[in-house]
Write a protein that binds this ligand. Sequence first.
Ligand code: HEC
Length: 125
Amino acid sequence: MKRIMKSAMLGLPVILLLTGCGKYATVSYEKDIKPIINKHCVECHLKGGKGNVASGFLVESYDSLMKGTKFGPVIVAGDPLSSSLYRLVAGEVDKSIQMPHGKAPISTKEISTIERWIEQGAKNN
Ligand code: HEC
């Protein structure tokens, strides 16, 4: 048990290093986030799409993204792990509800771009 804890702790800096590339570059909603959404999410999350009909979640604009579903926000500015949008695309949920629904996950680079954008306050920049 102790051993496992130790190796987990040793592994942490490595993970931080690997995911930390460009950590301080500012992520832009217009330049970085929108293209990811347009590539992977618009198919089902524009008005009348099946994801929109099922959840109320629309990705047509920054405001609609921040508004979330009919039950409330899916992005908590500054806190990716509390943001259901991040958790759904990062594969931190059951496969059956992962986004994009029923498709291959988005790339790890795209996932970390979304993570950093939320971390940096999910700004309309
Ligand atoms: C093939 C269709 C499809 C695609 C593509 C898709 N979604 Fe969805 N999405 C759905 C459906 C259907 C639901 C409602 C059922 C559910 O929650 O699983 C949903 C629900 C959601 C929800 C609300 C979950 C909740 O808390 O109720 C979020 C957030 C979401 N999608 C984000 C995304 C993002 C971000 C992308 C792009 C990376 C994406 N979706 C791509 C079909 C899709």
